[in-house]
Design a binder for this molecule. Structure first.
Ligand code: NI
Length: 175
């Protein structure tokens, strides 16, 4: 296993639509383990493949500390439907170290995906799992959480965003 480099705001790949995964097997499973290790190393609760430089529709999530109902998950080619409800809460992103912003997300979503072995997987996610899924799947479409924060908050984040773009880490909380 290996800790991978995380692409921070300004990296082009974060704005690209990721490609569907078509090859399953040992190499993919090994990459998934690297993604988990990287997420844990940086104390994240979710990570999408484009954040480690791979244009692949693949995400890993572990919110067990927030909601033990959900085991750690690796989802390939995930798709959401049946969005219900609306919850506003503060979230961060490993590609924006030190930054947080309020984002409205559906409270409940239906998820359809494949496992890293290629098996189909379907479930309903609520609350934080629904939020993290929406955040991570946004990454697969080149959408970032700052695209959802309101304009006042975005304006107040602007100096830190400029720092990130120039390759520096803003001095905030590191989450
Ligand atoms: Ni993120």
């Amino acid at each position: 296993m290996a800790v991978l480099n995380i692409k921070t705001y300004g990296a082009n790949i974060l704005r690209k639509k990721a490609k569907s995964v078509t090859r399953f097997g040992a190499a993919l499973e090994e990459f998934v383990q690297d993604m988990f290790q990287t997420m844990y190393e940086f104390k994240g609760i979710g990570l999408a493949a484009p954040q480690v430089g791979a244009s692949m529709r693949l995400i890993v999530i572990d919110i067990e500390e927030i909601d033990p109902a959900y085991p750690p998950l690796a989802l390939v080619n995930p798709e959401l439907s049946d969005f219900e409800g609306d919850v506003n809460a503060e979230e961060g992103c490993l590609s924006f170290p030190g930054l947080q912003g309020f984002v409205s997300r559906a409270q409940k979503v239906h998820v359809k995906a494949q496992t890293p072995k290629g098996d189909p997987l379907e479930f309903v996610a609520e609350d934080w799992m629904a939020r993290v899924l929406q955040h991570e799947i946004d990454h697969l479409n080149g959408v970032l959480f700052i695209d959802h924060v309101n304009s006042d908050e975005l304006e107040s984040m602007e100096p830190d965003l400029q720092l990130l773009k120039s390759g520096e880490i803003p001095r905030g909380e590191s989450t």
